[in-house]
Ligand binder design. Structure first.
Ligand SMILES: NC(=O)c1ccc[n+]([C@@H]2O[C@H](COP(=O)([O-])OP(=O)(O)OC[C@H]3O[C@@H](n4cnc5c(N)ncnc54)[C@H](OP(=O)(O)O)[C@@H]3O)[C@@H](O)[C@H]2O)c1
Length: 231
């Protein structure tokens, strides 16, 4: 039975790889992006027009989220993936040297937006069979991992872990599973060309692990292959 997935930041990187792998197996994808006409997404739509719904969405904007919600109306969403993310400046986010405006911008995308999007589309997720909300966090948000450097990015991923666990506890009784993932170190604009794995490998792992997850896994923090990560 084909499912409907909604993916934020679906125009490039891990988001586009997820969308591509999902339509290849016959699932429907609501491909949300700031520019839904961007080349990667346009190519996917051209190949699989019946399976892809390109949707304009800036996850930091209440108005944009409301417009996307209005466009999708009551359409059930089996799996909502909060994938959109930013790293912040490559310099000036150290323990002793911080660009505070940039830190705030990172929190807008990586922390506030996943909850804003989850709130908006919770009725659609509740109306589905799958009832899952997955957020692409990062191992860099693990406090147990003895972190140093990249303070803005790391703290945003620690914070989104906490936000989603609190949210997960609130929606557990509605049968909605809330999942947190590290996607691997992935060859994208964010991960860089020297990263460990291609986006296709990350996407395949994430999809398989999400497929196998349900309410028993709610509020877990795991890798793309399903291994637990210490908070
Ligand atoms: N790559 C890695 O090694 C790695 C490791 C751990 C975690 N992650 C996480 O994985 C997720 C995807 O990362 P990636 O590597 O695929 O990054 P990427 O290639 O840089 O892509 C980031 C995506 O997020 C979108 N985005 C940023 N701000 C947005 C906004 N305000 N509204 C809507 N979309 C927005 C971008 O859209 P635009 O094209 O419009 O900018 C783009 O589609 C992120 O949450 C990231 O933190 C990545």
């Amino acid at each position: 039975m084909p499912q409907t997935w909604m993916i934020t930041g679906a125009n490039r990187g891990i988001g586009l790889a997820l969308a591509t792998a999902l339509v290849a197996r016959g699932d429907h994808v609501i491909a949300a992006a700031r520019d839904p006409a961007s080349p990667g997404l346009a190519e996917l739509v051209a190949k699989h027009s019946g399976l892809v719904t390109p949707t304009a969405l800036d996850v930091t904007s209440d108005a944009s989220v409301a417009a996307a919600k209005a466009a999708l109306a009551d359409r059930p969403i089996d799996v909502l993936v909060n994938n959109a993310g930013v790293y912040g400046p490559r310099d000036k986010q150290g323990a002793l040297d911080m660009d505070f405006d940039a830190w705030r911008d990172v929190f807008e995308v990586n922390v506030y937006a996943p909850l804003r999007v989850a709130h908006a589309f919770l009725p659609n997720v509740e109306a589905s069979q799958g009832r899952k909300i997955a957020t692409i966090s990062s191992r860099m948000g693990s406090i147990a991992g003895n972190p140093s450097g990249a303070l803005a990015y790391r703290s945003s991923k620690s914070a989104v872990n906490m936000a989603m666990v609190v949210f997960g506890n609130a929606v557990r009784e509605r049968g909605v599973s809330v999942l947190l993932f590290h996607p691997g170190w992935v060859q994208t604009d964010m991960g860089g060309g020297g990263a460990d794995i291609p986006p296709t490998e990350s996407a395949a792992g994430l999809i398989g692990t999400i497929d196998r997850s349900g309410i028993a896994e709610t509020n877990s923090f795991r890798t793309w292959t399903g291994e637990a990560i210490a908070w």
